[in-house]
Design a protein around this ligand. Structure first.
Ligand code: NDP
Ligand code: OXD
Length: 308
């Protein structure tokens, strides 16, 4: 079994030894040094390589190096080849940590205290009890459900929204477009952990911002294209949204002259909410390579029609 590895983000020096350890019966080849394209079984990639995947006529699976798959441009992949997203315990842990940090930072007004410090201003502002702070998580999949549970354990009043109904202990769950307004009406800190699909593109928009309580804070860790940037800027100016923490952007790297860099109510992090690590993810990848070669259904296989 032969695996092609290509990524502009992930370090092959970290990944290849782990993959070779987990898949001793396989051969891992680093793009573009591919001995025989016809013998490649699986592509393990963050984005398709510059010359695409059509050169590999016997491909049996495309495995994403990310939890998200939109960056693979699903429509451009060879038809009929199954795609799987990455599920990795350390990636999930990183996302739980980031969302807890960002939520706590707003809850304890640490953004405001930092701004006050810059002006040598002593402003005594205490937070309400955590149990009275309503945090809403959009997307209750692998990551969203883990984040929701973490926030419950931390003491917040948590609700979640997904496409289909969910049951998560101590999380009030809402489903579908019909329940979006009810979910949003109670959400003071909104976390977006949706995949980017035709349905979710631009979902963080003026209409949704107006459904939220005045001054709500936004944490976008999904994808940049979930956010309508001009709607956020207008909502911040109008005080409808109080502040935003953005980890993902429509254009990455965020251009140097982008207003988000210097906006006083926006916190920018460079798409580092979390990432997959080779040591933790390699067993999952190896299992999916074996499944692909055996013609079995992949773990965390993407529904191409749905887009996630
Ligand atoms: P999953 O596929 O496990 O979960 C997706 C969730 O979104 C599901 O609960 C799904 O609902 C819900 N959803 C999808 N479409 C809709 C819709 N139209 N309306 C309402 N809910 C919807 O994905 P993960 O949790 O693993 O990852 C989520 C996203 O996080 C990734 O796609 C990626 O964009 C982002 N990400 C960002 C990272 C970063 O560093 N910033 C790192 C890793 C991921 P249902 O359960 O009903 O199907
Ligand atoms: C991912 C990401 O999708 O890092 O895993 O954004």
């Amino acid at each position: 079994m032969r695996v092609l590895f290509y990524s502009t983000l992930d370090d092959p020096a970290e990944w290849l030894p782990e993959l070779r350890r987990e898949l001793p019966e396989g051969t891992i080849e680093l793009w573009p040094q591919i001995e025989d394209p016809a013998s490649v079984d699986v592509a393990l990639i963050w984005t398709p390589p510059p010359d695409g995947l059509a050169r590999y006529p016997n491909l049996r699976a495309v495995l994403s190096l990310g939890a998200g798959v939109n960056q693979l441009d699903l429509a451009s992949l060879p038809k009929g080849v199954p795609v799987a997203r990455l599920v990795d315990p350390s990636l999930t842990e990183g996302m739980r940590d980031y969302c807890l940090w960002a939520t706590m930072r707003y809850h304890r007004y640490l953004d405001e205290h930092a701004a006050n410090q810059a002006q040598r201003k002593w402003v005594y502002k205490m937070s309400p009890p955590k149990g009275s702070v309503r945090v809403g998580v959009m997307g209750l999949g692998e990551l969203g459900s883990a984040v929701a549970r973490t926030l419950v354990a931390a003491g917040f009043d948590v609700r979640g929204w997904a496409r289909s109904p969910k049951t998560i202990e101590d999380v009030r769950c809402f489903a579908g477009e019909a329940e979006l307004a009810a979910f949003a009406a109670e959400t003071q800190i909104l976390i977006c952990l949706l995949p980017l699909t035709a349905e979710t593109r631009g979902i963080l928009n003026r209409r949704l911002f107006k459904m939220l309580p005045r001054g709500a804070r936004i944490i976008n860790v999904g994808r940049g294209a979930h956010l309508v940037e001009e709607d956020l800027l207008a909502a911040l100016d109008a005080g409808e949204i109080g502040a935003a923490t953005l980890d993902v952007f429509a254009r990455e790297p965020l251009p140097e002259d982008h207003i988000f860099w210097s906006h006083p109510k926006i916190t920018v992090t460079p798409h580092v909410a979390t990432w997959g690590t080779a040591a933790s993810a390699a067993p999952h990848v190896a299992e999916n390579v074996r499944r692909a070669v055996a013609g079995r259904r992949l773990l965390n296989q993407v529904d191409i029609e749905r887009g996630y």
